[in-house]
Write a protein that binds this ligand. Structure first.
Ligand code: ADP
Length: 757
């Protein structure tokens, strides 16, 4: 059984050393399936060691969302190794430090990683584990190479090759030599600059760590910039240093440091870079290529004739380092020493390169931190101002934090909050649960919701209308914050507007009714006169019928004809009375299909007597097959009645022909147009719009309400009513009413071009 476990661990180790990390992971999972077969303190730590290294290597090529899970697994391996290292440091301290270094590398803690690689090498050396030392060196080399520190990477890779050679892993040595040809020959490592190609002393580890710590210990942007500049000036032994920050398009000077004796004077700034500050050609070269530029003696270079800065300031030693965070160029660090040539030693440059790469990461973090802090401060101000309700909720729907506005809104106290008695579910009105579920889905998908209307149930059971928006603080939308606005006042105001609109409509309807009654009163005499005719003829027909029946023998045919005429006359009278009743009865507005020509004929019947009284001719030119309009029949009758009566009244004082013509036609825009034209004097010098002003009248007994009521009735029907003067004289009042939507049926009537008289 033991052999089985050992075989699997050996397979894992071999796959990892061969660089086949996927196969190594498969081998690791095979071991994991049989953990009980591993010998504690021998096979088990080896398993955790190589499984961790394989997993760490794969972290470089997995999507960001899987990283967390991998890091958790790595931590488990690390913890297991730590247990072994605590009991037996001489055997496992190196292993543990290396896995720790890899975790720090993946988490972006560069200075921790550098320190742990070094610690791992030291432990491996002390324990005499050549293979662990070689492994650590190989990984440290990759770490430095990834940060653009070619020379240091090369030095570590050399160390790794030597270690594998001592261990007897010849295949691994061959593999490394193939991958890094400089291990076999003297050829220069790729990417090294001229100055770096000379053999250099590896930098003092303590110096590197000190520089790294200095530029990673600060998160406040301004303090960080100061720290970077002081460290850079000190490390480089420079006279002057500039920090240039770039957003990809513009490059701005963020700080300038100068030395005066032992002191470093620092000035923060925010100005666009220009040629008086530094050699722009060098800066742009560094920003373009992302490579460090070193000039041993700029004044001796041909550029001193072309670059105004170099010529004017007699610049000598110049070092310009890119500040790069991964692929993103954050800016550059420019250092100069004009007292001496070759003022920057390769060792110092190496330290500055490490420092610059960490500085770029720290600057990015500090910028993010500043942005987050600024938005947080804004949010805090909003929340503290207690203008808007705010709460923080958790995955179980508990409200953990809330401001006073929110608590007041829902009627809970802070003690309820502390006791965990304020819960999202209890607050949501039952009929709004579906909306709450929809919001939860939107949160999970997008991390936020659009503001939507809700109703909260207060602690006392009352309701409060709100508008609420959520933002998630975790990836699944199960925790987050809510912003809540109380809509009570707005809803009350809306209700008031609705009520007053309703009241307005009621008053309008009452007025319209009063106007109808008044008009009917005005017509009473002529209508009575009109009705007296059919009644009189009814009496005559009745007498005739009696006479036909009294004959010997009775003439039943004639009597029956007389009785028919009685029925016809009575029906006509009943019709007229029915219409009058409709006009004087108060009924709610209806929406029905109305045949407008029919309405015109009915009203013409009613006003016939009045027209005759004023000696006027009533003409109708009604278009054939008009579409039905939609509206209230009685109200439309009222409009026509008003317009015709006005027209008849306008004819009173004239000597010429008295004529009123009512015509209909279909217009573009799916409307029916009704025109009432008279041969009267027209609206006169006061103009037509005056006539629509309420209470404007030129008549001794007029009320001045007719036209304004007619206009509001037509407005309510979605139409338009207007008046013009006709040429050479007379008035024209017209209105449109929209036809009934989506109905193709039309009025079944023939063209009328008749004198109704
Ligand atoms: P009233 O008929 O009670 O005066 P209206 O609002 O119906 O109230 O009319 C207002 C005024 O408009 C009338 O007094 C009259 O001066 C003018 N007017 C209305 N219709 C006509 C018309 N056909 N010809 C001339 N003037 C008119």
């Amino acid at each position: 059984m033991w052999d089985d476990g050992w075989d699997r661990v050996t397979k894992l180790q071999a796959r990892y050393l061969a660089g086949d990390h996927d196969a190594a992971m498969v081998a690791a999972s095979e071991v994991q399936r049989l953990p009980a077969t591993l010998q504690p303190f021998v096979e088990e730590p080896e398993y955790h060691f190589y499984a961790a290294l394989a997993r760490a290597a794969r972290c470089d090529s997995i999507p960001a969302n899987e990283l967390l899970q991998q890091l958790e697994a790595l931590t488990v391996h690390h913890d297991q190794l730590r247990v072994c290292a605590d009991l037996c440091p001489e055997n496992f301290a190196g292993h543990t430090a290396l896995v720790g270094a890899e975790i720090a590398r993946i988490e972006g803690r560069a200075d921790d990683a550098a320190m742990l690689y070094e610690q791992a090498i030291r432990s491996a050396q002390e324990s005499g584990f050549a293979h662990v030392e070689a492994l650590v060196s190989e990984l440290a080399s990759r770490f430095y190479a990834a940060r653009g520190l070619g020379s240091i990477a090369r030095m570590y890779m050399q160390k790794a090759r030597d270690g594998y050679l001592r261990w007897g892993a010849n295949a691994k040595v061959r593999q490394l030599e193939e991958q890094y040809p400089y291990l076999r020959t003297d050829e220069a490592a790729p990417g090294s600059t001229n100055a770096m190609s000379a053999a250099i002393e590896p930098p003092e580890l303590a110096t590197v760590i000190k520089a790294l710590q200095a530029v990673s210990s600060e998160i406040r942007l301004e303090m960080l910039i100061e720290m970077i500049m002081r460290t850079a000036i000190e490390q480089a032994g420079a006279e002057r240093g500039l920090l240039i920050l770039s957003d990809g398009r513009t490059h701005r000077l963020a700080a300038e440091a100068t030395t005066a004796g032992d002191a470093v004077r620092l000035q923060l700034s925010d100005a666009p870079v220009n040629a008086t500050m530094l050699p722009e050609s060098i800066l742009y070269h560094v920003l373009r290529t992302g490579e460090t530029t070193i000039l041993d003696d700029a004044s001796a270079e041909p550029m001193s004739n072309t670059d105004p800065y170099v010529g004017e300031h007699r610049a000598r030693s110049i070092l310009c380092l890119p500040l790069r965070n991964g692929a993103k160029l954050m800016g550059a660090l420019y250092l100069e020493n004009n007292r001496i040539a070759r003022g920057f030693s390769p060792g110092r440059i190496a330290v500055l390169k490490i420092m610059a790469s960490q500085a770029a990461v720290s600057l990015e973090n500090a910028r993010l931190y500043r942005d987050v802090a600024e938005s947080e401060a804004k949010m805090r101000r909003l929340v503290d101002a207690n203008i808007i309700g705010f709460n923080v909720w958790d995955a179980d729907g508990n409200i953990l934090e809330a401001n006073d506005v929110f608590l007041r809104m829902v009627g809970y106290g802070r003690d309820d909050l502390v006791a965990g008695r304020v819960r999202c579910l209890d607050l949501t009105a039952p009929e709004k649960h579906d909306d709450a579920i929809r919001a939860r889905i939107e949160l999970a998908e997008t991390g936020r919701t659009k503001p939507f209307e809700m109703e909260y149930v207060r602690k006392d059971g009352g309701r409060v209308p709100v508008i609420v928006g959520f933002a998630a603080s975790d990836a699944n939308g199960r925790k987050g914050v809510a912003f809540v606005l109380d809509l009570t006042e707005q809803k009350q105001a809306e209700k008031k507007v609705r009520e007053s609109e309703e009241r307005y409509r009621e008053v309008q309807a009452e007025l319209a009714h009063a106007n109808r009654v008044a008009t009917m009163g005005q017509l009473a005499a002529s209508i009575a006169h009109e009705l007296s005719q059919p009644i009189a003829s009814t009496v005559i027909s009745a007498e005739a019928a009696l006479r036909w029946l009294d004959r010997e023998p009775a003439d039943v045919d004639e009597a029956s004809r007389a009785l028919d005429s009685i029925v016809g006359g009575a029906n006509r009278a009943a019709d007229v009375l029915g219409r009058i009743r409709q006009l004087v009865t108060k009924a709610p507005r209806r929406k029905e299909p109305v045949a407008i020509n029919e309405v015109i004929r009915e009203i013409a019947d009613l006003v016939q007597g009045e027209a005759r009284k004023s000696g006027a001719q009533l003409e109708m030119q009604l278009a054939e097959g008009l579409p039905f309009v939609e509206g209230d029949r009685v109200e439309l009758q009222q409009v026509l009645l008003n317009l015709i009566i006005n027209a008849l009244e306008a004819l009173n004082d004239i000597d010429r022909v008295r004529r009123v013509c009512i015509s209909t036609t279909e217009t573009e825009g799916a409307c029916v147009l009704v025109t009432v034209r008279d041969s009267g004097p027209g609206f006169g010098p006061n103009g037509t719009e005056h006539a629509f002003t309420a209470f404007y009248t030129t008549k001794a007994t007029g009320l001045g309400m007719g036209l304004s009521i007619c206009r509001s009735i037509i407005d309510a029907h979605g139409g338009r009513l207007w008046a013009t003067d006709s040429s050479p004289r007379g008035a024209v009042v017209q209105f449109t009413v929209p036809q009934r939507p989506a109905v193709s049926s039309r009025e079944a009537q023939s063209t009328d071009a008749t004198d109704a008289d």
